[in-house]
Design a protein around this ligand. Structure first.
Ligand SMILES: [Zn+2]
Length: 103
């Protein structure tokens, strides 16, 4: 059965660093074939403080936190680009425009 250790879920973002064994790739190539890196569970990252791999549960949480952050960054960058485009061509999408709803 599943082993539960520590307090429920740790949903906090923890510092990670590239895995020293696969250099962040998540796989190694000992001979001719790529194999998932066993040091980091093929994630390419390990705990920055201890240098140890995270459990699969922790990995999902940590990678999900980062994915969410990236998505939010992407949304923000796209919003800024759209605003810049609207400014530079000076029509339509600005404050009074119909296409921009703001948020
Ligand atoms: Zn690795």
């Amino acid at each position: 059965m599943k082993k539960r250790s520590g307090p429920a879920f740790n949903q906090e973002k923890r510092p990670l660093k590239p895995c020293p064994q696969c250099h962040g790739a998540g796989f190694i190539k000992p001979m001719f074939y790529q194999m998932p890196c066993d040091r980091c569970e093929a994630s390419g990252v390990v705990c920055k403080e201890t240098g140890e791999s995270l459990t699969k549960e922790d990995l999902v949480i940590q990678l999900r936190i980062r994915l969410t952050e990236r998505n939010q960054e992407l949304v923000e960058v796209r919003r800024q680009m759209a605003a810049m485009r609207a400014e530079s061509n000076g029509r339509g999408y600005g404050a009074g425009g119909s296409r921009y709803h703001g948020d």
